[in-house]
Design a protein around this ligand. Structure first.
Ligand code: NAD
Ligand code: UGA
Length: 466
């Protein structure tokens, strides 16, 4: 089966970078990324590459190379579906905010809309690929919709979850640990569809890294991978609190356990908590699935990962308040970082949002600097919590684009994101311009305690006792 044209529905953090890399690696295939969000598509088509809707190291360079050649961004969804041999569904699957499963289950309405649209428009055979992260067995619902509402067209459904991490998306896409493809191996049509997708990735991924499984294993593997990764962060964060009480240092503990090849050294950085659009959403979804099968102990086990993460965010802001003599009312607290991790402009579920909200509840004046996040986004994140009115948020939280001004006259500084540039600041100058004692709360453990204390900071590092 020769694939000549690919359509991807959803031009977000996954659809955009993934299709850009496929277009670059498969110059003979026409790749069209479509979205209903006109302004997002306009940004993808912007001549000024600084205006792309997503910041990822290396992304703009590849977009510049292939856009207009074999990579296209458009809002003409029907046309792209009609033309394509292969359709990736890469739309958002947020946690449900209403009805049954509210606050836990994945909201699949966007997925269903895509399936119905594909069924309505398609006139020729298509391979439909789940790229979004979905509850196990969603493929059967998609198949049901396609088979029952189409014009007799044949569809093959594959699951091809995405494992890229933001900030390293291009590197992850070019050199993935593995590519996972789930399909129906019980018949020749299913096998052919799997093979067609394998051939696409084989253009740049070694064949031994392309794993094929049944659809359900593929869907569940994605949720499992995120649950295990998030669990590691919550595990090391749980140890960070014990470290603070006992005089152990969590970075030394991480190093010591990480050298055990059975444990491994990655994903053991204690932090102010994990953020990002997926860890919490996917674990909640897993908890919901477990509960729906009556597996209450399994559900409780995974829910604890989220409970620990919420605790870590709250105890970070509690520590700031306690250390600043039990009141931050009217005090200036400078935030370094708002993104949920470095090298991305994504702020979804960023721990900074909760920490800021807690401090605003204590009547602090929060001033934020982030190298990539725009002011509008920061207010949007805060307003979406609904804790106070947008006017009140504007009154008590300020966003500046100069880090030194952000920290001038601050009573305390909180590091929320581990941007590399924060390490290289002129910390002596910052100390001089701060209110004394100069409190510095390092929520990412990126600064050197000895150096900071020598300069005169009252320095608090997550996972290390004072
Ligand atoms: P996103 O919100 O950035 O992008 C989704 C896009 O889909 C939006 O631009 C939205 O307008 C569009 N969309 C929704 N319904 C549509 C429709 N009917 N027709 C056309 N466009 C439509 O989301 P994302 O971060 O790219 O995540 C997408 C999926 O990938 C989710 O299931 C997520 O769990 C999964 N995932 C995300 C990441 C990540 O790093 N962000 C990594 C792996 C997997
Ligand atoms: C994560 C997974 O790593 C990807 O494999 C997956 O595809 C993606 O979720 C998804 O499904 O959306 P991402 O959320 O982009 O990727 O970023 P991570 O690097 O996993 O970081 C998540 C959060 O955990 C960040 O807030 C990060 O700061 C935090 N973290 C990570 C720690 O606090 N400590 C660590 O050691 C590692």
């Amino acid at each position: 089966m020769q694939i000549k044209s690919i359509c991807c529905i959803g031009a977000g953090y996954v659809g955009g970078p993934t299709m850009t890399v496929i277009a670059e690696q498969c110059p003979e295939i026409k790749v069209t990324v479509v979205d209903i969000n006109q302004s997002r598509i306009d940004d993808w088509n912007d001549d000024n590459l600084n205006n792309l809707p997503i910041f990822e190291p290396g992304l703009a360079e590849i977009v510049e190379k292939v856009r207009g050649k074999n990579l296209f961004f458009s809002t003409e969804v029907d046309k792209a579906i009609e033309e394509a041999d292969m359709i990736f569904i890469s739309v958002n699957t947020p946690t449900k905010t209403y009805g049954k499963g509210k606050g836990m289950a994945a909201d699949l309405k966007y997925i269903e809309l895509c399936a119905r649209q594909i069924a309505r428009v398609a006139k020729t055979e298509k391979i439909v690929i789940e790229k979004s992260t979905l509850p196990v067995r969603t493929a059967s619902a998609i198949k049901d919709i396609l088979d029952n509402t189409s014009n007799g067209v044949q569809f093959q459904i594959l699951s091809n979850p995405e494992f890229l991490a933001e900030g390293t998306a291009i590197e992850d896409l070019l050199n993935p640990d593995r590519v996972l493809i789930g399909g129906d191996m019980s018949n020749s049509e299913g096998k052919k569809a799997i093979q067609a997708l394998v051939e696409i990735y084989a253009n740049w991924v070694p064949k031994e890294k392309i794993l094929t499984t049944n659809v359900w294993s593929s869907e569940l593997s994605k949720l499992t991978a995120n649950a295990f990764l998030a669990q590691r962060v919550s595990s090391i964060n749980a140890m960070s609190e014990i470290c603070e009480k006992t005089g152990a240092d969590v970075q030394e503990v991480s190093k010591a356990i990480g050298m055990d090849s059975r444990i491994g050294s990655k994903f053991l950085n204690a932090s102010v908590g994990f953020g990002g659009s997926c860890f919490q959403k996917d674990i909640l979804n897993l908890v919901y699935i477990a509960k729906s099968y009556g597996l209450n102990e399994v559900a409780d086990y995974w829910e604890q990962v989220i409970i620990m993460n919420d605790h870590q965010k709250n105890r970070f802001s509690d520590n700031i308040v306690r250390t600043l003599y039990n009141t931050v009312s009217g005090k200036k607290i400078a935030f370094l970082g708002w993104a949920f991790k470095k090298n991305t402009n994504d702020t979804r579920e960023s721990p900074a949002i909760k920490v800021a909200d807690n401090l605003l509840n204590e009547q602090a004046n929060v001033v934020v600097f982030d190298p990539k996040v725009k002011e509008k986004q920061i207010y949007q994140d805060l307003d979406s919590l609904g804790t106070r009115s947008p006017e009140e948020n504007k009154e008590h939280l300020t966003v500046l684009n100069d880090p030194y001004r952000t920290m001038e006259n601050a009573h305390g500084i909180a590091i929320l994101t581990e941007w590399n540039e924060f390490k290289d600041y002129d910390w002596k100058r910052i100390h001089e311009k701060m209110k004394k004692p100069a409190f510095l709360f390092d929520g990412r453990g990126i600064l050197d305690r000895t150096k900071m204390e020598e300069m005169g900071f009252a320095y608090y590092k997550i996972g290390s006792g004072n």
